[in-house]
Design a binder for this molecule. Structure first.
Ligand code: FE2
Length: 178
């Protein structure tokens, strides 16, 4: 039994506020990609889908005169750090296992290296899966942040993903019990 569901996270008012900034559709698509990639890479799909859903909640609005300012963003952005911290706080508040909350937060922290000094990062499989899932949904010019979806459709997509993760666990437990 999972302590926190994707639906609980998605419907939280802070997540709604931040996802409306960074793109609800991008967050949902990344979570779906993370589910398939987690299965392929033998990674826990519960952690992968949660990290993927929340990976961009640290974005800030870098606007100049009402227009998105990419140069300002590039220079000042720390969204992965901010997102990791926000996600960790929220997960702990909702009752997530602290070890899982840490793993999810670390995967968010390392989903991009755009804010880090040049160098080679050695990602763990969960962190790799979340970074790949994000890349799989990216569009040139950051267009993936602007795709729209109404709230009730978004909620039913998230509920569906919750069912997939639950079914994956039920099947895994069945395998262990025989
Ligand atoms: Fe992203």
């Amino acid at each position: 039994m999972r302590k926190v569901t994707l639906s609980q996270l998605f419907q939280h008012e802070l997540v709604q506020k931040y996802l409306n900034r960074s793109g609800v559709v991008h967050a949902i698509s990344t979570a779906y990609h993370a589910f398939s990639l987690a299965k392929q890479h033998g990674v826990n799909p519960d952690l992968a889908t949660k990290a993927a859903l929340l990976h961009d909640i640290g974005h800030y609005t870098w606007y100049t005169d009402g227009k998105w300012d990419y140069a300002l963003y590039k220079e000042n952005d720390i969204h992965a750090i901010k997102g990791a911290e926000r996600a960790h706080k929220l997960l702990i508040e909702l009752g997530e296992d602290p070890r899982d909350a840490k793993e999810i937060a670390l995967a968010i922290l390392l989903h991009t290296d755009s804010y880090l000094p040049e160098g080679q990062l050695q990602l763990l499989p969960l962190q790799q899966v979340v970074a790949l899932a994000d890349e799989a949904d990216e569009e040139p010019g950051g267009l993936h942040h602007y795709r729209q979806l109404d709230y009730s459709t978004a909620c039913s997509r998230i509920k569906n993903l919750d069912r997939w993760v639950d079914a994956y666990y039920a099947a895994a437990n069945l395998k262990h019990s025989v």
